[in-house]
Design a binder for this molecule. Structure first.
Ligand code: IMP
Ligand code: MG
Length: 178
């Protein structure tokens, strides 16, 4: 859905800017994974829209699966990650592309990276639409980053505030309420 003017939101990244960047990332992945059949693992819920746009632009075969992890309550991280849905494809010795919506502190991606590594994949490529600047040091690379952002909380294009706004086609910031 396109937002008509909304008193609580301001535009952060337009659909057009997101589309352009998604195409660039899909092209780079297509160069790297041509003639391979990696397993794409999307992180629910927030990653669903980015993943579905990205995979439609791949020119290589892939298999698609999802994990579901949560650390956020409202606008704050709870500091603990819980796995609500696990991988269901056998990824032993397979190339894996992990697709996240946003990395903030890095807690969720660190948890998921270690978890996926425990199934002995051939390798793991991490793709995130957004990377906030709060990230602590990780001992693995974030391979593809859509946009680096400040610490503002954003919604839309899959991302939510208490389950709302996920269906917006652009990314929005939240206006401060006085
Ligand atoms: P981290 O564990 O601190 O890196 O937080 C990552 C997770 O928190 C993401 O997968 C999102 O689900 C959620 N999150 C972090 N920042 C935002 C935001 O600005 N908007 C919506 N969700 C966010
Ligand atoms: Mg998420």
């Amino acid at each position: 859905m396109k937002t008509k003017s909304n008193k609580d939101l301001y535009i952060y990244l337009s659909k057009e800017r997101i589309d352009t960047r998604v195409k660039e990332i899909a092209l780079q992945l297509s160069n790297e994974f041509s003639n391979e059949c990696p397993v794409i693992i999307g992180v629910l819920n927030g990653g669903f829209m980015f993943l579905s746009d990205l995979v439609r632009l791949f020119d290589f075969d892939c298999e698609i699966d999802f994990v579901k992890a949560n650390s956020y309550v409202g606008k704050e991280s709870s500091g603990k990650v819980k796995l609500h849905k696990d991988v269901s494809i056998d990824i032993n010795n397979r190339r894996v592309i992990l697709v996240e919506d946003i990395i903030d502190s890095g807690l969720t991606i660190e948890f998921l990276y270690k978890h996926i590594l425990s199934f002995n994949p051939k390798d793991i490529t991490i793709v995130t639409l957004l990377l906030k600047k709060n990230i602590h040091e990780l001992n693995f690379d974030i391979d593809f980053i859509g946009f680096e952002t400040g610490s503002d909380f954003v919604v839309g294009y899959g991302l939510d505030l208490n389950h709302k706004y996920r269906n917006l086609d652009s990314l929005y910031g939240l206006k401060e309420k006085n």
